[in-house]
Design a protein. Sequence first.
Length: 92
Amino acid sequence: MGAILVVYKVFPEDIVANFDPLKEKIKAILPEYSSIEGWGTEDVAFGLKALLVQIRFPEDKTGIVEDFESALTKIQGVSQAEAFNIRRTSRD
């Protein structure tokens, strides 16, 4: 069975020097059967950086991508989160 790979861009409410606490909060809300495939950052403007997180979701779970995005926006300190790269993969 295939999987869905999604890269989310998570915008903090303010300038963040260390994303480790936010990463831990994201790991805590990770849905069952999903895994974090990688992390990154992207410069936004004026010292503000966005956290990038790539998640592998099972292909057969309906609504899991949207539900996770909604949960991301509810994390304290997150102003916005968006899925900006979604692709299907045949590898598990």
